[in-house]
Design a binder for this molecule. Structure first.
Ligand SMILES: Nc1ncnc2c1ncn2[C@@H]1O[C@H](COP(=O)(O)OP(=O)(O)O)[C@@H](O)[C@H]1O
Ligand SMILES: [Mg+2]
Length: 384
């Protein structure tokens, strides 16, 4: 991005007192716009070789307003019109989303009194108050123990002075209860949790991810104590050896790093990130976590407990030998036991109008799941 060299500045029009004026070109009365809402629309052109298009954001709405009025007063626009930023090259476009003018008009003129706001296109972030408890989580004792100190912190942040816990990494195979643990932590401490996925941070538009992170932390700070949970961290924080860094991804990572470093940190915000592939993480990111909590696939005892726990919630009576099932599901995660095995059996029983779920029915479901697992493993070997 460069500044234009021979910029011809427009003379500022005089302050207007009237709310309409006569446009000689169109021979029409044109009202003066009271309020104009714009959204960033991107560049009409891009300089070849510039892999990293600059990000256009504005952190200061008042300054943006002055800047926008200075270059666009006198312009006549309607909804959908584009305004080009004349100070930048290539010209950055803004689109008119809304304009407030006199009744029955759809077009208006921007004046030095027009209120100009930049729309925050990003979806608002929802605070969640989950209802899941530590007692619902089978196993993962080490994780629960390590979460106790975080619970103390979220309840009484002042007690920690400057020795606050900040960033925690949950890692382990998919479906082993990482998200569940973060939600339970929020529930047990009665604090809100902001759940997001790293993949969602890589938005469609350059700049969105960094803005999203900024927004995430602002909402968390307004609601302290609170927890930020970022799932699938490896999607953005891959070791540089494994990715050719896209401009937008590296920009998300830098935004995240500055938040993790707590440059503008506030008491009472905990960041928990989760990944299935910690070894792929960029060391710069991984170093930011003062605590790593490992989640394992359930042991035989834990599988049995998980099966018992969810079988009790089945609408169809389960008569099968659960300990036999636990023996045969060695490499199953908690999620697979619940969502594939038990749910699969319930669905099959409903399909066949069976009044009970016995060992034979489970055997059939298990056989199907194992076949599917084999297929995915083969695909992984063949296609990486
Ligand atoms: N240890 C466990 N105890 C009880 N339920 C579990 C356990 N692990 C997984 N589950 C079940 O599987 C679901 C998915 O787990 P989740 O927390 O999303 O896993 P992850 O985040 O590690 O991929 C949970 O909502 C829960 O119903
Ligand atoms: Mg998860």
């Amino acid at each position: 991005m460069v500044r234009k060299k021979h910029k011809v500045r427009q003379a500022l029009p005089k302050k207007e007192e009237i709310d309409t004026f006569f446009d000689r070109k169109s021979c029409e009365e044109i009202p003066v716009i009271k309020k104009l809402v714009l959204k960033p629309a991107g560049y009409p052109l891009r300089v070849i070789g510039e892999a990293n298009p600059p990000i256009i954001i504005s952190d200061n709405p008042e300054l943006f307003e002055v800047y926008a009025r200075e270059q666009w007063s006198g312009y006549i626009v309607s909804e959908g019109s584009f305004l080009f930023d004349q100070f930048l090259y290539p010209d950055f476009a803004f689109q008119v989303i809304k304009l407030q003018v006199k009744k029955n008009y759809t077009t208006g003129k921007i004046s030095v009194d027009t209120r100009i706001v930049l729309e925050n296109r990003i979806e608002p972030i929802k605070l969640e108050y989950p209802k899941v408890y530590f007692k619902d989580i089978v196993g993962n004792q080490e994780g629960k123990d390590k979460c106790r100190v975080i619970m103390k912190y979220l309840k009484e942040p002042e007690r920690f002075a400057k020795w606050v816990p900040k960033n925690i990494l949950f890692y382990g195979p998919p479906g082993t209860g990482k998200t569940m643990m973060a939600r339970a932590l929020a529930c047990e401490t009665e604090v809100p949790i902001l759940l997001t996925k790293a993949t969602e941070l890589i938005g469609l538009h350059v700049g969105d991810g960094a803005r999203r992170i900024h927004q995430l932390y602002s909402v968390a700070k307004e609601n302290t104590p609170s927890i930020i949970f970022i799932d699938e961290l490896d999607a953005i924080a891959l070791d540089r050896r494994f990715q050719s860094i896209r401009g937008d991804v590296s920009e998300v990572v830098s935004a995240l790093l500055s938040e993790l470093d707590g440059l503008n940190s506030v008491f009472g915000v905990i960041t928990i990130c989760a990944t299935n592939a910690p070894s792929l993480l960029d060391p710069a990111v991984r170093n930011r976590f003062e605590e790593e909590i490992k989640f394992n696939l359930p042991t035989f005892e834990e599988r049995l407990q998980i099966l018992k726990h969810y079988s009790e919630e089945s609408p169809i009576k389960i008569t099968a030998d659960l300990s036999q099932l636990a023996k045969e599901t060695n490499d199953f995660s908690g999620r697979e036991l619940k969502d594939k095995l038990i749910k699969g059996a319930i669905h099959l029983a409903i399909l066949r109008d069976k009044p009970i779920i016995d060992s034979d029915l489970f055997k059939e479901v298990l056989h199907r799941i194992q076949q599917d697992k084999l297929k995915t493993q083969k695909n992984k070997i063949m296609y990486g």
